[in-house]
Ligand binder design. Sequence first.
Ligand code: NDP
Length: 477
Amino acid sequence: GIADIGVTGMAVMGSNLARNLARNGYKVAIHNRSTAKTEHVFDEHGDEGEFYPCESMDDFVQTLAKPRVAIIMVKAGAPTDAVIDELASRMDEGDIIVDCGNSNYADTRRREEAVRERGLHYVGSGVSGGEEGALKGPSIMPGGTAESYDRLGPMFEKISAHVDDVPCCTHVGPDGAGHFVKMVHNGIEYADMQLIAEAYDLMRKGLGLTAPEIGKVFEKWNTTELDSYLIEITADVLQHMDPKSDQPFVDIVLDQAAQKGTGAWTVQTAAEFGIPVTGIAEATFARSLSGSVPQREAGQASLEARASQVQVDDPDAFIESIRQALYASKMVAYSQGFELIRAASNEYDWDIDLGAMARIWRGGCIIRAVFLNRITEAYERHPELPLLLSDEYFKAEISQAVNDWRLIVSYAALSGIPIPAFASSLAYYDGVRAEKLPANLIQGQRDFFGAHTYHRTDREGTFHTLWSADRSEEQQD
Ligand code: NDP
């Protein structure tokens, strides 16, 4: 074979990734289950580089130079398993199968093991940035063996987005590490979007600003620490006018947010690991609430606000307080997300470099932001930092914002404006910095009804009180 790499699955993502590879000088074999798609890509884009269209899977595998690298970009789930099997049965020892779809990391771990047993390498790779990213430079998060990265890495680094000449791609870690990091990336994206939406809602309901006016505020915020793709597109979306109705576009969009599931995966996984990703969880559930139509109808018809009218005396100062609250909440959401990555990395021995994850998210993907540099720097200063927020930069930024944050959360509570992500992030901040938490009482309750035992503050050991007898205390070990 002569092709450097192959892509099977010529729908939008696969064809764009193949074109990106070809435009960067690689010889790319292309294949699709139904051949019409392959021909279409070749007819439309064949002049962009060296493509080798293949009609059959046999043909596709034979066209690849050894050790072969075949990227799968087909529908997630059973179709991906089927294509893995078709490839593996035709490949030789040392060849590499790469899944660039949005697979669940647990599936990737399972597939990696099965493919490894057949003597091949399996790389589950997160690819972020949607269609446009796939074509022009995504953020790429490959898992799998270091050996497979030696072969694949240079190609992926070349086609990835670059920031300051640094590629937005690095070897994340073994087996499912890449897809895990991609999942958390998506979870953080949910949190970021929800926080921005809450800031918008506060300006809308608290100050009565119009959507385009709020868009202007976001435009200004994009020149501050918040400088990011999401703030930039928010400013744009809010100022867009609907040509049909001549109203602000967001005013004619139904307020029910959809989701494809990666937020929920992150929340489920975090619950299993016992890592409080409250920002991501609130963001995921806020979307669920928005789509809970019968519940919302019942609530609207029956539940009173009983809110007090809180006067905003200085709108500019209020807007600045919202910005500070947004930044503080964002720091919390990212800190939580990175703790989740760390927990999985420890559990599975992935040895993930957290600072490098922030670095490869600076370009190509939805959460790209100047802010990510601060995270990379923090982990470079202290690789074992147990809490991102405790790094000197974040500590200082958050302590400067915290009064505004409290003001905004209490304002929203008094006014009846729902800001779940702002409020839960502040609660997390106060929880993680608290000297004492009421978990002592929880332990007492658990010991009372379930003899679940407790530890004492003044002595070593595990204890149980005989609640229904004479209430004497027994030492268990
Ligand atoms: P789709 O998810 O719509 O999948 C369509 C492709 O899958 C077609 O090429 C189709 O072939 C092929 N396919 C479906 N079933 C089978 C099967 N049983 N055997 C072989 N091929 C099959 O394509 P997308 O390009 O939208 O997405 C591809 C992957 O990328 C998915 O995993 C998706 O989750 C992920 N994705 C990632 C994004 C990102 O930003 N990272 C964004 C969007 C998607 P045929 O033409 O013959 O039907």
